[in-house]
Design a protein around this ligand. Structure first.
Ligand SMILES: Cc1ncc(COP(=O)(O)OP(=O)(O)O)c(N)n1
Ligand SMILES: Cc1nc(C(=O)O)sc1CCOP(=O)(O)O
Length: 209
């Protein structure tokens, strides 16, 4: 899959739960994809090495079937090895220039910018394909994430790359995030904890229609 427009990142950006049971992880992700998640990020802080590779590879096959990009969190080498669609980098995960040289021009590189427009400006200058700000709201998935000011979304529009919002986003507050200017909403808890994941994904995505 190649980047085909500057706003390839739009809508519900689902980030995987920390699931060690691979069959269950695949079942959960299938529901989110069936519900219309437009991007999937493989992020699993409870597995590593061979199991992470196996999970990501299986998710990549599933994402291909749904024509949805699979982004790998943190791990440029894994993204390259699997020929996944891109990588998401936090401030401690290596630099964008090195990731670009490993992955090539066609892959998606996203950058965490926390509450910092300067980081987003730098990321865009270095060739990031989207910038992410968070946490928008208190997050039980990442309780110590610093809060981000949602006025950043409008300010970041001048960068010409999609703006992703993350952190504590639920169906109750997502509309305010979209109105504040986010192109995509990255969600963990409020997606995977839903009783009906497919319907939940669909409702998140409808906010963008
Ligand atoms: C879309 C998106 N935004 C932010 C993050 C957080 O990334 P990072 O700061 O590297 O923290 P961890 O995910 O490693 O806890 C993300 N993964 N995705
Ligand atoms: C992984 C992550 N990064 C954040 C940041 O602010 O950079 S907040 C977060 C957790 C997002 O999960 P939930 O949707 O359950 O709050």
């Amino acid at each position: 899959m190649t980047k085909n427009s500057p706003v390839a990142i739009r809508g519900l950006y689902a980030i995987t739960p920390d699931e060690t049971d691979t069959a269950r992880l695949l079942d959960l992700c299938k529901m989110a994809l069936a519900g219309g998640a437009t991007v999937l990020q493989y992020r699993n802080k409870r597995v590593s090495g061979e199991q992470a590779r196996e999970q990501a590879q299986a998710l990549l096959a599933m994402c291909r079937a749904y024509r949805v990009p699979l982004i790998i969190n943190d791990d440029v080498e894994l993204a390259a090895k699997l020929d996944a669609d891109g990588v998401h980098l936090g401030i401690d995960d290596g630099d964008i220039t090195a990731a670009r040289s490993t992955l090539g021009a066609s892959k998606i590189i996203g950058a965490s910018c926390y509450n910092n427009l300067g980081l987003a400006q730098q990321a865009a200058r270095l060739g990031a394909d989207y910038v992410a700000f968070g946490a928008c709201f208190p997050s039980s998935t990442k309780p110590h994430a610093p809060r981000a000011d949602m006025t950043l979304f409008q300010q970041a529009r001048e960068l010409g790359v999609p703006v992703v919002a993350i952190g504590g986003i639920t169906l109750d507050n997502a509309a305010s995030v979209v109105s504040a200017g986010a192109d995509a909403i990255a969600v963990i808890g409020a997606l995977w904890n839903a009783a009906d994941i497919k319907a939940q994904a669909n409702q998140f995505n409808q906010l963008f229609s």
